[in-house]
Design a binder for this molecule. Structure first.
Ligand code: ZN
Length: 64
């Protein structure tokens, strides 16, 4: 699996927002320093969107 494929697959995971507890795909969520996920409605300015976050992470280790 390439890093791109791993990122795509990880982005399809379902995660609950830590603010409103609604489930979303990880690719649509924001992430804070502690690894909590937040949706479009609940994220703050300090949270990082998955698209940006994933640029620095090799997700292939999650699927090895
Ligand atoms: Zn939310």
């Amino acid at each position: 699996m390439t890093p791109e494929e791993a990122r795509e697959k990880f982005g399809q995971r379902v995660q609950r927002c830590s603010g409103c507890f609604v489930a979303f795909h990880v690719k649509d969520l924001w992430i804070d320093e502690e690894g909590n996920y937040f949706c479009d409605n609940c994220h703050t300015e300090s949270n990082i969107h998955f698209n940006q976050y994933s640029e620095d992470v090799d997700f292939s280790q999650f699927f090895s």
